[in-house]
Design a protein around this ligand. Structure first.
Ligand SMILES: NC(=O)c1ccc[n+]([C@@H]2O[C@H](COP(=O)([O-])OP(=O)(O)OC[C@H]3O[C@@H](n4cnc5c(N)ncnc54)[C@H](O)[C@@H]3O)[C@@H](O)[C@H]2O)c1
Length: 440
Protein backbone atom coordinates (compact mmCIF):
# COMPACT_ATOMS: atom_id res chain seq x y z
CA UNK A 1 0.00 0.00 0.00
CA UNK A 2 1.47 3.38 -1.01
CA UNK A 3 2.25 5.66 1.91
CA UNK A 4 0.77 9.09 1.35
CA UNK A 5 3.24 11.80 2.32
CA UNK A 6 2.84 15.53 2.67
CA UNK A 7 -0.96 15.60 2.84
CA UNK A 8 -2.69 17.45 5.64
CA UNK A 9 -3.98 15.74 8.77
CA UNK A 10 -7.78 15.93 8.95
CA UNK A 11 -9.02 18.04 11.86
CA UNK A 12 -10.63 16.35 14.88
CA UNK A 13 -14.03 17.94 14.41
CA UNK A 14 -17.24 16.39 15.73
CA UNK A 15 -17.76 13.45 18.08
CA UNK A 16 -15.33 10.58 18.60
CA UNK A 17 -17.16 7.36 19.46
CA UNK A 18 -15.18 4.93 21.63
CA UNK A 19 -16.44 1.34 21.69
CA UNK A 20 -14.94 -0.68 24.54
CA UNK A 21 -14.98 -4.48 24.36
CA UNK A 22 -15.12 -5.70 27.96
CA UNK A 23 -16.54 -3.10 30.34
CA UNK A 24 -14.88 -4.22 33.59
CA UNK A 25 -12.31 -2.57 35.87
CA UNK A 26 -10.13 -0.84 33.25
CA UNK A 27 -13.06 0.28 31.08
CA UNK A 28 -15.14 1.72 33.93
CA UNK A 29 -12.08 3.49 35.36
CA UNK A 30 -11.44 4.99 31.92
CA UNK A 31 -15.04 6.10 31.35
CA UNK A 32 -15.64 7.41 34.87
CA UNK A 33 -12.24 9.12 34.80
CA UNK A 34 -12.92 10.94 31.53
CA UNK A 35 -16.24 12.21 32.89
CA UNK A 36 -14.62 13.27 36.20
CA UNK A 37 -11.97 15.21 34.23
CA UNK A 38 -14.63 16.81 32.02
CA UNK A 39 -16.49 17.97 35.12
CA UNK A 40 -13.30 19.39 36.63
CA UNK A 41 -13.43 16.92 39.54
CA UNK A 42 -9.98 15.40 38.95
CA UNK A 43 -6.88 15.62 36.76
CA UNK A 44 -6.00 13.15 33.95
CA UNK A 45 -2.79 12.01 35.65
CA UNK A 46 -0.80 9.41 33.75
CA UNK A 47 -2.09 10.51 30.35
CA UNK A 48 0.56 11.71 27.90
CA UNK A 49 -2.08 13.15 25.56
CA UNK A 50 -3.61 15.27 28.33
CA UNK A 51 -0.65 16.23 30.52
CA UNK A 52 2.44 15.64 28.38
CA UNK A 53 4.51 18.28 26.63
CA UNK A 54 6.78 17.98 23.62
CA UNK A 55 9.96 19.88 22.96
CA UNK A 56 10.25 21.37 19.47
CA UNK A 57 13.40 22.72 17.87
CA UNK A 58 16.57 23.55 19.79
CA UNK A 59 16.85 23.63 23.57
CA UNK A 60 17.35 27.38 23.25
CA UNK A 61 14.12 27.85 21.26
CA UNK A 62 11.90 27.50 24.31
CA UNK A 63 9.08 25.82 22.38
CA UNK A 64 7.44 23.13 24.51
CA UNK A 65 3.69 22.97 23.81
CA UNK A 66 1.31 20.48 25.36
CA UNK A 67 0.97 17.38 23.17
CA UNK A 68 -2.77 18.03 22.83
CA UNK A 69 -2.09 21.56 21.59
CA UNK A 70 0.57 20.39 19.15
CA UNK A 71 -1.31 17.59 17.35
CA UNK A 72 -5.03 17.72 16.47
CA UNK A 73 -6.50 15.29 19.01
CA UNK A 74 -10.17 14.82 19.82
CA UNK A 75 -11.23 16.96 22.77
CA UNK A 76 -12.38 14.98 25.82
CA UNK A 77 -15.72 16.82 25.63
CA UNK A 78 -16.26 15.24 22.20
CA UNK A 79 -15.67 11.65 23.34
CA UNK A 80 -18.73 9.36 23.57
CA UNK A 81 -18.56 5.84 25.03
CA UNK A 82 -20.36 2.57 24.42
CA UNK A 83 -19.28 -1.08 24.32
CA UNK A 84 -19.99 -4.74 24.94
CA UNK A 85 -19.85 -7.05 27.95
CA UNK A 86 -21.08 -10.50 28.93
CA UNK A 87 -22.72 -8.91 32.00
CA UNK A 88 -25.60 -6.44 31.48
CA UNK A 89 -24.54 -4.11 34.36
CA UNK A 90 -24.49 -0.40 33.53
CA UNK A 91 -21.23 1.49 34.09
CA UNK A 92 -22.22 2.57 37.61
CA UNK A 93 -22.92 -1.01 38.67
CA UNK A 94 -19.83 -2.36 36.92
CA UNK A 95 -17.58 0.33 38.45
CA UNK A 96 -19.06 -0.35 41.90
CA UNK A 97 -18.32 -4.03 41.44
CA UNK A 98 -14.75 -3.34 40.28
CA UNK A 99 -14.08 -1.28 43.45
CA UNK A 100 -11.37 0.82 41.88
CA UNK A 101 -12.88 4.28 42.37
CA UNK A 102 -14.43 5.19 45.70
CA UNK A 103 -18.14 5.80 46.29
CA UNK A 104 -17.76 9.59 46.46
CA UNK A 105 -16.07 9.73 43.09
CA UNK A 106 -18.68 7.46 41.50
CA UNK A 107 -21.59 9.18 43.24
CA UNK A 108 -20.71 12.54 41.71
CA UNK A 109 -21.14 11.15 38.18
CA UNK A 110 -23.73 8.45 38.86
CA UNK A 111 -26.40 9.49 36.28
CA UNK A 112 -23.78 9.63 33.53
CA UNK A 113 -22.44 6.17 34.40
CA UNK A 114 -25.93 4.71 34.66
CA UNK A 115 -26.71 5.95 31.16
CA UNK A 116 -24.11 3.63 29.58
CA UNK A 117 -25.10 0.00 29.30
CA UNK A 118 -23.13 -2.64 27.42
CA UNK A 119 -24.47 -4.34 24.31
CA UNK A 120 -24.59 -8.17 24.37
CA UNK A 121 -21.17 -9.72 23.77
CA UNK A 122 -19.67 -12.32 21.48
CA UNK A 123 -18.48 -14.86 24.04
CA UNK A 124 -17.59 -18.52 24.37
CA UNK A 125 -16.42 -19.96 27.67
CA UNK A 126 -13.97 -22.21 25.83
CA UNK A 127 -11.74 -19.12 25.45
CA UNK A 128 -12.10 -17.71 29.02
CA UNK A 129 -12.64 -20.63 31.35
CA UNK A 130 -13.29 -18.70 34.58
CA UNK A 131 -16.18 -16.57 33.26
CA UNK A 132 -19.74 -17.36 32.37
CA UNK A 133 -22.08 -14.59 31.26
CA UNK A 134 -25.69 -14.26 30.25
CA UNK A 135 -25.55 -11.11 28.16
CA UNK A 136 -24.32 -12.87 25.05
CA UNK A 137 -25.22 -12.82 21.34
CA UNK A 138 -26.52 -15.90 19.60
CA UNK A 139 -25.76 -16.68 15.99
CA UNK A 140 -25.72 -19.59 13.58
CA UNK A 141 -21.94 -19.35 13.18
CA UNK A 142 -18.97 -17.02 13.82
CA UNK A 143 -19.66 -15.20 10.55
CA UNK A 144 -23.16 -14.37 11.76
CA UNK A 145 -21.73 -13.10 15.07
CA UNK A 146 -19.26 -10.89 13.20
CA UNK A 147 -22.16 -9.45 11.19
CA UNK A 148 -24.01 -8.64 14.41
CA UNK A 149 -20.98 -6.77 15.77
CA UNK A 150 -20.69 -4.91 12.45
CA UNK A 151 -24.33 -3.86 12.79
CA UNK A 152 -23.64 -2.58 16.34
CA UNK A 153 -20.73 -0.53 14.98
CA UNK A 154 -22.80 0.80 12.07
CA UNK A 155 -25.56 1.95 14.43
CA UNK A 156 -23.07 3.77 16.64
CA UNK A 157 -21.30 5.26 13.60
CA UNK A 158 -24.57 6.94 12.65
CA UNK A 159 -24.58 8.85 15.96
CA UNK A 160 -20.96 10.08 15.95
CA UNK A 161 -18.36 11.32 13.47
CA UNK A 162 -15.56 8.78 13.94
CA UNK A 163 -15.23 5.50 15.85
CA UNK A 164 -12.36 3.62 17.55
CA UNK A 165 -12.62 0.18 19.20
CA UNK A 166 -10.46 -0.90 22.15
CA UNK A 167 -10.25 -4.39 23.70
CA UNK A 168 -10.38 -4.14 27.51
CA UNK A 169 -11.86 -7.64 27.78
CA UNK A 170 -10.51 -10.60 29.69
CA UNK A 171 -7.37 -12.47 28.67
CA UNK A 172 -8.28 -15.41 26.45
CA UNK A 173 -6.57 -18.81 26.43
CA UNK A 174 -3.21 -19.14 24.72
CA UNK A 175 -3.62 -19.55 20.96
CA UNK A 176 -1.12 -19.56 18.15
CA UNK A 177 -1.71 -18.35 14.58
CA UNK A 178 -2.88 -21.11 12.23
CA UNK A 179 -3.55 -21.37 8.49
CA UNK A 180 -6.94 -19.71 9.01
CA UNK A 181 -5.21 -16.47 10.07
CA UNK A 182 -2.92 -16.17 7.08
CA UNK A 183 -5.23 -14.07 4.87
CA UNK A 184 -8.56 -12.27 5.01
CA UNK A 185 -9.94 -14.88 2.61
CA UNK A 186 -8.99 -17.85 4.79
CA UNK A 187 -10.23 -16.04 7.90
CA UNK A 188 -13.62 -15.40 6.31
CA UNK A 189 -13.87 -19.06 5.36
CA UNK A 190 -12.97 -19.94 8.96
CA UNK A 191 -15.74 -17.68 10.25
CA UNK A 192 -18.40 -19.58 8.29
CA UNK A 193 -16.87 -22.93 9.27
CA UNK A 194 -16.67 -21.99 12.98
CA UNK A 195 -12.92 -22.61 13.09
CA UNK A 196 -11.91 -23.10 16.77
CA UNK A 197 -8.72 -21.04 16.20
CA UNK A 198 -10.95 -17.95 15.88
CA UNK A 199 -11.50 -16.51 19.37
CA UNK A 200 -14.19 -13.91 20.20
CA UNK A 201 -11.61 -11.09 20.37
CA UNK A 202 -10.74 -11.82 16.72
CA UNK A 203 -14.40 -11.56 15.74
CA UNK A 204 -14.63 -8.04 17.19
CA UNK A 205 -11.32 -7.06 15.55
CA UNK A 206 -12.45 -8.37 12.16
CA UNK A 207 -15.80 -6.55 12.46
CA UNK A 208 -14.14 -3.25 13.38
CA UNK A 209 -11.52 -3.42 10.62
CA UNK A 210 -14.17 -4.39 8.04
CA UNK A 211 -15.99 -1.23 9.11
CA UNK A 212 -12.77 0.77 8.64
CA UNK A 213 -12.55 1.36 12.39
CA UNK A 214 -9.15 1.39 14.21
CA UNK A 215 -8.60 -1.27 16.89
CA UNK A 216 -6.34 -1.25 19.98
CA UNK A 217 -5.71 -4.43 21.97
CA UNK A 218 -5.11 -4.01 25.71
CA UNK A 219 -4.83 -7.74 26.49
CA UNK A 220 -2.16 -10.27 25.49
CA UNK A 221 -4.51 -12.22 23.14
CA UNK A 222 -3.44 -12.36 19.49
CA UNK A 223 -6.56 -10.42 18.34
CA UNK A 224 -5.03 -8.01 15.77
CA UNK A 225 -1.55 -9.56 15.85
CA UNK A 226 -2.37 -11.79 12.90
CA UNK A 227 -1.55 -11.55 9.16
CA UNK A 228 -5.24 -11.38 8.18
CA UNK A 229 -5.88 -8.45 10.51
CA UNK A 230 -2.77 -6.59 9.33
CA UNK A 231 -3.96 -7.09 5.74
CA UNK A 232 -7.44 -5.79 6.55
CA UNK A 233 -6.07 -2.87 8.56
CA UNK A 234 -3.89 -1.71 5.66
CA UNK A 235 -6.59 -2.27 3.08
CA UNK A 236 -9.27 -0.34 4.94
CA UNK A 237 -7.10 2.41 6.43
CA UNK A 238 -7.95 1.30 9.97
CA UNK A 239 -4.82 1.52 12.16
CA UNK A 240 -4.12 -1.19 14.74
CA UNK A 241 -1.92 -1.59 17.81
CA UNK A 242 -1.31 -4.01 20.70
CA UNK A 243 -0.73 -6.02 22.78
CA UNK A 244 -1.23 -5.89 26.55
CA UNK A 245 -1.17 -2.57 28.41
CA UNK A 246 2.24 -1.93 29.98
CA UNK A 247 1.16 -0.78 33.43
CA UNK A 248 2.98 -1.96 36.58
CA UNK A 249 5.68 -4.57 36.87
CA UNK A 250 6.58 -4.59 33.18
CA UNK A 251 6.76 -0.80 33.11
CA UNK A 252 9.39 -0.95 35.85
CA UNK A 253 11.16 -3.83 34.13
CA UNK A 254 11.49 -1.86 30.89
CA UNK A 255 12.95 1.05 32.86
CA UNK A 256 15.45 -0.89 34.99
CA UNK A 257 16.77 -3.36 32.41
CA UNK A 258 17.87 -0.67 29.89
CA UNK A 259 19.76 0.97 32.78
CA UNK A 260 21.64 -2.28 33.52
CA UNK A 261 22.45 -2.73 29.86
CA UNK A 262 23.55 0.89 29.40
CA UNK A 263 26.01 0.44 32.30
CA UNK A 264 27.09 -3.05 31.16
CA UNK A 265 26.00 -4.60 34.48
CA UNK A 266 25.20 -8.31 34.37
CA UNK A 267 21.91 -9.95 35.38
CA UNK A 268 21.83 -13.54 36.61
CA UNK A 269 18.22 -13.75 37.75
CA UNK A 270 14.93 -11.85 37.78
CA UNK A 271 12.09 -13.26 39.83
CA UNK A 272 8.77 -11.42 39.48
CA UNK A 273 5.68 -12.31 41.43
CA UNK A 274 2.29 -10.63 41.80
CA UNK A 275 -0.76 -10.90 43.99
CA UNK A 276 -4.03 -9.43 42.81
CA UNK A 277 -7.67 -10.04 43.61
CA UNK A 278 -9.76 -8.49 40.87
CA UNK A 279 -11.68 -10.33 38.15
CA UNK A 280 -8.62 -10.14 35.91
CA UNK A 281 -6.69 -12.01 38.63
CA UNK A 282 -9.42 -14.62 38.78
CA UNK A 283 -9.32 -15.14 35.00
CA UNK A 284 -5.51 -15.36 35.07
CA UNK A 285 -5.76 -18.03 37.75
CA UNK A 286 -6.73 -20.37 34.93
CA UNK A 287 -3.48 -21.87 33.55
CA UNK A 288 -4.56 -21.41 29.91
CA UNK A 289 -5.21 -17.66 30.29
CA UNK A 290 -2.08 -17.31 32.46
CA UNK A 291 0.03 -18.82 29.66
CA UNK A 292 -1.07 -15.99 27.33
CA UNK A 293 -0.06 -13.41 29.96
CA UNK A 294 3.17 -15.19 30.83
CA UNK A 295 4.38 -15.15 27.22
CA UNK A 296 3.66 -11.43 27.06
CA UNK A 297 5.51 -10.68 30.33
CA UNK A 298 8.51 -12.91 29.62
CA UNK A 299 9.52 -11.56 26.19
CA UNK A 300 10.62 -8.17 27.48
CA UNK A 301 14.01 -9.02 29.01
CA UNK A 302 15.36 -11.02 26.10
CA UNK A 303 14.67 -8.22 23.67
CA UNK A 304 16.14 -5.50 25.87
CA UNK A 305 19.18 -7.34 27.21
CA UNK A 306 20.08 -9.17 23.97
CA UNK A 307 21.83 -12.19 25.58
CA UNK A 308 23.12 -13.33 22.19
CA UNK A 309 25.13 -10.09 21.90
CA UNK A 310 26.23 -10.03 25.57
CA UNK A 311 26.64 -13.68 26.60
CA UNK A 312 28.93 -12.79 29.56
CA UNK A 313 26.32 -10.43 31.01
CA UNK A 314 22.97 -11.95 30.15
CA UNK A 315 23.66 -15.39 28.66
CA UNK A 316 22.59 -17.27 31.77
CA UNK A 317 19.68 -15.29 33.16
CA UNK A 318 16.93 -17.08 35.10
CA UNK A 319 13.67 -15.20 34.50
CA UNK A 320 10.45 -16.24 36.23
CA UNK A 321 7.04 -14.55 36.36
CA UNK A 322 4.21 -15.62 38.69
CA UNK A 323 0.70 -14.22 39.16
CA UNK A 324 -1.29 -15.34 42.17
CA UNK A 325 -4.98 -14.68 42.65
CA UNK A 326 -5.46 -13.25 46.15
CA UNK A 327 -8.99 -11.81 46.63
CA UNK A 328 -8.38 -9.49 49.65
CA UNK A 329 -6.31 -7.08 47.56
CA UNK A 330 -8.93 -6.48 44.83
CA UNK A 331 -7.55 -4.20 42.10
CA UNK A 332 -4.64 -3.10 44.31
CA UNK A 333 -1.95 -5.37 43.02
CA UNK A 334 1.38 -5.96 44.73
CA UNK A 335 4.25 -6.84 42.43
CA UNK A 336 7.58 -7.94 43.86
CA UNK A 337 10.78 -8.22 41.88
CA UNK A 338 13.99 -9.75 43.12
CA UNK A 339 16.81 -8.91 40.72
CA UNK A 340 20.21 -10.55 41.00
CA UNK A 341 22.77 -8.43 39.22
CA UNK A 342 26.57 -8.51 39.09
CA UNK A 343 29.26 -5.92 38.54
CA UNK A 344 33.03 -5.43 38.17
CA UNK A 345 34.85 -8.80 38.24
CA UNK A 346 31.51 -10.58 38.67
CA UNK A 347 30.69 -9.47 42.24
CA UNK A 348 26.97 -10.07 42.95
CA UNK A 349 24.39 -7.52 44.15
CA UNK A 350 20.63 -7.56 44.66
CA UNK A 351 17.79 -5.15 44.02
CA UNK A 352 14.29 -5.59 45.47
CA UNK A 353 11.29 -3.75 44.08
CA UNK A 354 7.94 -3.87 45.84
CA UNK A 355 5.36 -1.98 43.78
CA UNK A 356 2.05 -1.51 45.58
CA UNK A 357 0.14 -0.36 42.57
CA UNK A 358 -3.43 0.07 41.40
CA UNK A 359 -3.93 -1.86 38.22
CA UNK A 360 -6.75 0.04 36.59
CA UNK A 361 -5.53 3.46 37.77
CA UNK A 362 -2.39 2.75 35.74
CA UNK A 363 -4.24 1.26 32.76
CA UNK A 364 -7.03 3.84 32.26
CA UNK A 365 -4.83 6.71 31.00
CA UNK A 366 -3.11 4.28 28.62
CA UNK A 367 -6.48 3.28 27.18
CA UNK A 368 -7.40 6.96 26.78
CA UNK A 369 -4.14 7.84 25.01
CA UNK A 370 -4.48 4.85 22.70
CA UNK A 371 -7.97 5.72 21.47
CA UNK A 372 -7.01 9.37 20.93
CA UNK A 373 -3.77 8.49 19.13
CA UNK A 374 -5.41 5.80 16.96
CA UNK A 375 -8.02 8.33 15.91
CA UNK A 376 -5.20 10.75 15.08
CA UNK A 377 -3.43 8.00 13.09
CA UNK A 378 -6.53 7.42 11.01
CA UNK A 379 -6.77 11.12 10.18
CA UNK A 380 -3.06 11.26 9.25
CA UNK A 381 -2.53 10.29 5.58
CA UNK A 382 0.98 8.97 6.27
CA UNK A 383 -0.15 6.65 9.07
CA UNK A 384 -3.63 5.64 7.97
CA UNK A 385 -2.68 2.78 5.66
CA UNK A 386 0.46 1.41 7.35
CA UNK A 387 -1.43 -1.05 9.57
CA UNK A 388 0.53 -1.54 12.82
CA UNK A 389 1.24 1.72 14.65
CA UNK A 390 4.61 0.76 16.07
CA UNK A 391 5.09 4.28 17.48
CA UNK A 392 2.52 3.32 20.14
CA UNK A 393 4.82 0.53 21.48
CA UNK A 394 5.32 2.79 24.52
CA UNK A 395 1.98 1.59 25.88
CA UNK A 396 2.41 -2.18 25.46
CA UNK A 397 4.07 -5.11 27.19
CA UNK A 398 4.31 -6.99 23.94
CA UNK A 399 4.36 -4.37 21.18
CA UNK A 400 3.33 -5.34 17.68
CA UNK A 401 5.90 -4.62 14.99
CA UNK A 402 6.22 -5.36 11.28
CA UNK A 403 6.66 -9.07 10.45
CA UNK A 404 10.34 -10.01 10.78
CA UNK A 405 11.16 -6.90 12.81
CA UNK A 406 11.97 -7.29 16.51
CA UNK A 407 9.92 -5.06 18.85
CA UNK A 408 11.41 -2.15 20.81
CA UNK A 409 10.78 -2.65 24.56
CA UNK A 410 13.02 0.01 26.11
CA UNK A 411 10.62 2.62 27.52
CA UNK A 412 12.88 5.55 26.65
CA UNK A 413 13.40 4.44 23.05
CA UNK A 414 9.63 3.96 22.84
CA UNK A 415 8.98 7.42 24.25
CA UNK A 416 11.42 8.99 21.78
CA UNK A 417 9.81 7.04 18.93
CA UNK A 418 6.35 8.29 19.93
CA UNK A 419 7.39 11.92 20.20
CA UNK A 420 9.48 11.85 17.01
CA UNK A 421 6.48 10.40 15.16
CA UNK A 422 4.38 13.34 16.35
CA UNK A 423 7.11 15.79 15.28
CA UNK A 424 7.42 14.03 11.93
CA UNK A 425 3.71 14.09 11.03
CA UNK A 426 3.55 17.78 12.00
CA UNK A 427 6.57 18.65 9.81
CA UNK A 428 8.86 19.51 12.76
CA UNK A 429 12.53 18.54 12.91
CA UNK A 430 13.26 15.25 14.68
CA UNK A 431 15.25 15.48 17.88
CA UNK A 432 18.42 13.36 17.91
CA UNK A 433 19.96 14.77 21.12
CA UNK A 434 23.28 15.20 19.27
CA UNK A 435 23.61 18.77 20.54
CA UNK A 436 26.90 19.68 18.80
CA UNK A 437 25.29 22.81 17.36
CA UNK A 438 25.35 24.43 20.80
CA UNK A 439 29.18 24.34 20.74
CA UNK A 440 29.85 25.76 17.25
N1 LIG B 1 -3.22 -2.90 34.72
C1 LIG B 1 -4.21 -3.55 34.17
O1 LIG B 1 -5.29 -3.47 34.64
C2 LIG B 1 -3.96 -4.33 32.92
C3 LIG B 1 -2.69 -4.33 32.37
C4 LIG B 1 -2.45 -5.03 31.21
C5 LIG B 1 -3.49 -5.71 30.62
N2 LIG B 1 -4.71 -5.73 31.18
C6 LIG B 1 -5.72 -6.53 30.53
O2 LIG B 1 -6.86 -5.75 30.30
C7 LIG B 1 -7.99 -6.60 30.33
C8 LIG B 1 -9.05 -6.00 31.23
O3 LIG B 1 -8.62 -5.95 32.57
P1 LIG B 1 -9.65 -5.63 33.74
O4 LIG B 1 -8.86 -5.51 34.99
O5 LIG B 1 -10.55 -4.52 33.33
O6 LIG B 1 -10.49 -7.00 33.79
P2 LIG B 1 -12.02 -7.20 34.19
O7 LIG B 1 -12.18 -8.65 34.42
O8 LIG B 1 -12.42 -6.26 35.27
O9 LIG B 1 -12.80 -6.75 32.88
C9 LIG B 1 -12.83 -7.52 31.72
C10 LIG B 1 -14.25 -7.52 31.23
O10 LIG B 1 -14.28 -8.17 29.97
C11 LIG B 1 -15.49 -8.86 29.88
N3 LIG B 1 -15.38 -9.83 28.79
C12 LIG B 1 -14.68 -10.98 28.75
N4 LIG B 1 -14.81 -11.56 27.53
C13 LIG B 1 -15.58 -10.73 26.80
C14 LIG B 1 -16.05 -10.78 25.47
N5 LIG B 1 -15.74 -11.79 24.66
N6 LIG B 1 -16.82 -9.76 25.03
C15 LIG B 1 -17.14 -8.71 25.84
N7 LIG B 1 -16.71 -8.63 27.12
C16 LIG B 1 -15.94 -9.62 27.58
C17 LIG B 1 -15.69 -9.44 31.27
O11 LIG B 1 -17.03 -9.75 31.51
C18 LIG B 1 -15.21 -8.28 32.14
O12 LIG B 1 -16.27 -7.42 32.52
C19 LIG B 1 -7.51 -7.97 30.79
O13 LIG B 1 -7.30 -8.80 29.68
C20 LIG B 1 -6.20 -7.65 31.42
O14 LIG B 1 -5.29 -8.75 31.40
C21 LIG B 1 -4.98 -5.04 32.33
Amino acid sequence: MAVEKGQAIQPATGKLGVMVVGMGAVATTLIAGVEAVRKGLAKPIGSVTQMGTIRLGKRTDNRTPLVKEFVPLADLNDVVFTGWDIFPDNMYEAASHAQVLDRDHLGSIKPFLESIQPMPAVFDQYYVKRLSGTHVKEGKNKCDLAQQVRSDIQRFKAQVDRVVVIWCGSTEIFLEPTAVHQSVKSFEKGLTENDPAIAPSQIYAYAALKEGVPFANGAPNLTVDLPCMIELSRQNGAPICGKDFKTGQTLIKTVLSPAFKARMLGVSGWYSTNILGNRDGEVLDDPESFKTKEESKLGVLDYILQPEKYPDLYGNIYHKVRINYYPPRGDNKEGWDNIDIFGWLGYPMQIKVDFLCRDSILAAPIALDLVLFLDLAQRTPELRHIGIQEWLSFYFKSPQSAPGLYPEHDLFIQSMKLKNTLRHIMGEELITHLGLEYYD
